[in-house]
Design a binder for this molecule. Sequence first.
Ligand code: C2E
Ligand code: CA
Ligand code: CA
Ligand code: CA
Length: 282
Amino acid sequence: AKNAGKNRLAVFDPGLRDTRLEHARLSTGLRHAVAQRELTLNYQPVVGLTGGEITAVEALLRWTPTGGKPVRPDIFIPIAEETGLIVPIGLWVLEQACADARRWHERHGISVTVNVSGRQLRDESFSDAALAILRRHDLPEQALVLEITESMLLATTPAETRRIIDVLTELREQGVRIALDDFGTGYSSLSYLRTLPVDILKIDRSFTSALTEADSRTRAFTKAIVELATSLSLHTVVEGVETSEQAALLQQMGCPLAQGYLFSPPVPAPRVDELLDTAPWR
Ligand code: C2E
Ligand code: CA
Ligand code: CA
Ligand code: CA
């Protein structure tokens, strides 16, 4: 097996080499991204399906290397996780999101939702750091939602999983809410729902895009998830709502909240103020 590995490396594969070079180039670039002020946040509203009001905004990270083109989060977040750079970057995200959210929360009572990686939560100091950031920006704990995915538990040891759950439980006891992101994409979603301390379920957009297909199975699944969440006193947010047909179906199913291009793509902070005043989709 060892030799096979060696031989495989010897095969000239320009595609693979380019990928490795690109990976190395991006991880070097990311190392300076915070200091060089190359990171920004966009925000996407979470909207009530019945009244059309904004209840929260999700912070989504953007990276444009100096003199270069924007790099997609799907590309750079995994690199930030592998290199551990997600820890300082994640703190920057939390700090910036809380700074921006303060006036939105003051004026409109909305919360801000921040994506966190397992790498960040494995660190026991995370909860103190997060609570200190909230205090610094004069935001109540209830104004913050942290989004986690079940996939972040896949690569962890039982001890690390324990630690992540402890950190989440501690934050939750203080009033920070936890959302389980991309729900329905993993293979053990239901068992995680039993073990993880969670307040909000975010149904993955693969459900939404299949809602209007002739095959009614996706509709039955989505309805069952919404009902399960409701009976567990969880809030449900459906992601990736792009058409009013999807929104209507979801509302009929009793889904309270949605997010997607039908309402707004992720936008820079000043545009959030405009959306909060106008809610043009109402
Ligand atoms: P996510 O948390 O599932 O975020 C939702 C993604 O769906 C976003 O992609 C958003 O732009 C996109 N989206 C929203 N509405 C629609 C729609 O109606 N249709 C379609 N087709 N897409 C829609 P984005 O911004 O490229 O982010 C990709 C992923 O990167 C996020 O997925 C999240 O997992 C990760 N990410 C982004 N920001 C952060 C961060 O600050 N920290 C961490 N750890 N991960 C982040
Ligand atoms: Ca998310
Ligand atoms: Ca998601
Ligand atoms: Ca995702």
